[in-house]
Write a protein that binds this ligand. Sequence first.
Ligand code: IPD
Length: 264
Amino acid sequence: MTAAELRDLAIEIAREAGELAQRRRAEGVSIAASKSSLADIVTEADREVEALIRARLSAERPGDGFLGEESGGGDGSTGITWVVDPIDGTVNYASGIPLYAVSIAAVEGGSDPDEWTALAGVVQSPVVGETFSAVRREGAFRNGERLRVAEPGPAGALLATGFGYDPSTHAGDLATVGRVMPIARDLRRGGSAATDLAYVAAGRLDGYFERGLSPWDYAAGALLVQEAGGVFLRPEGPDVARRLNLAGGAELVAELRRRILDAA
Ligand code: IPD
């Protein structure tokens, strides 16, 4: 399969998964478990939607690897791995806030983000009915329309952020907000990293920053940003305070990096 065919398969499955999530949401959702912190929750729908995606992928692409937020996984035999967040924005979903997404990426080189190259990515926004997709070297699209990251002018950047699940980072997160506000028009905390990244790709948001994202949160969204002409940074290292994911146009990302990390 070409990368574009992987993208087409991901779109088909992400739409199905989104419909299932919406049906379950309409029936009422309860939190099945809290994971690492109060904000880190899972619902039965997260598990069911991931199981649907996993079953569909293994029927269509037996031998591919799989890495899902809820069920984990590992490398397969074909060199392609699917990196999946069935419901990105579970807190929004569980609370009836419509900003959540199904995120599916096909990557080459295994399930370690240091090793992989993303080939195709889809962020499906079921309630709004938007499909964001990207194919490596072929661009990023929303419902078929080509996307381009914004180049914010002197009026200030519209930024978004997220607060990771590790409570030890929260004081640093608030300090970070203080450092970026002088160059911001405003700041959003949408609650779905995949959607934030899709919105950066679409030029709706100028930039995004969050510490300690997991691979399934950004695998598809990072490709969207890059294919829309932007930059996605994912510094690694033992110090979680410096593991700051950044997305946006190159100039803005450099400025955010300077303000946040150089001052830390
Ligand atoms: C979370 C959301 C949230 C972000 C967290 C993510 P989940 O994903 O994307 O916006 O701040 O870092 O883990 O748990 O809802 O799939």
